[in-house]
Design a protein around this ligand. Structure first.
Ligand SMILES: [Zn+2]
Length: 225
């Protein structure tokens, strides 16, 4: 590996680690001195913008990002996603963990009687199902199961996909034949096909449990504060 000039971004090839909620793309970012994952939204006219790695003009992606996180802190860098080459040094981040950021995102979503964050969780689940045709939500409290199911099915309906849900212990499995049909089976991969078969069989043993990357934890998104 060549030594790099200080001005040159060592991570220009890093894939963007983003989620989409309520039609807005959000970058998963880290701030100094903390392990929490925060969110930065796309640059809006009139604000101070920053590009990946804070080096304007040094990144091919034209998207500019707000200089501060949704919770109002300056961010240091993008949190690495699953395909990130810097993962050698740290774990991948799949979801924001900062409660303050989550509350801001939740405020963009329609209000309901469900706990704060269920609408947001549903958006994240719907995105995952559209991308992979199925996903699992782990740790859903029994009293919130019905509201969670309804919200997820609605989020998928809003995207034009019918869906099914199935409960195995405290795991809510969600899948969509419509999403499955819309995907290229070659791109879908063996693991996603296996996940569907697992859900259909209604069995979940330790041996065939979904990988952590294929699950979404209810408690990450839903605030019980
Ligand atoms: Zn935050």
């Amino acid at each position: 590996m060549e030594l790099m000039d200080e001005q040159e971004s060592p991570s220009a090839d890093r894939p963007l680690n983003t989620i989409t909620v309520a039609g807005r793309e959000l970058l998963l970012v880290e701030v100094g001195g903390g392990t929490e994952i925060h969110l930065a939204s796309e640059f809006a006219e009139g604000d101070t913008a920053i590009q990946i790695d804070g080096i304007p003009g040094d990144y091919e992606d034209p998207t500019l990002w707000e200089q501060t996180t949704l919770c109002g802190r300056s961010w240091q860098g993008m949190a690495p996603g699953a395909d990130d080459p810097t993962l050698l040094w740290q774990d991948a981040a799949f979801a924001p963990t900062c409660r303050a950021c989550l509350r801001v995102v939740d405020s963009w979503l329609p209000k309901s009687a469900a706990p704060i964050g269920v609408a947001l969780l549903s958006e994240v689940v719907a995105e995952a199902v559209v991308a992979r045709s199925s996903t699992y939500v782990t740790g859903v409290p029994g009293e919130h199961l019905e509201a969670t199911r309804r919200a997820i099915r609605k989020a998928l309906r809003d995207r034009g996909f019918r869906s099914n849900t199935h409960v195995i212990d405290d795991v809510l499995a969600v899948w969509s034949d419509d999403a499955y049909q819309a995907l290229d089976p070659d791109e879908l991969g063996v693991s996603a096909v296996a996940a569907i078969e697992r859900i259909m069989s209604g069995e979940m043993s330790e041996a065939n449990a979904p990988s952590p990357q294929a699950t979404i934890a209810w408690s990450t998104w839903v605030s019980d504060l």
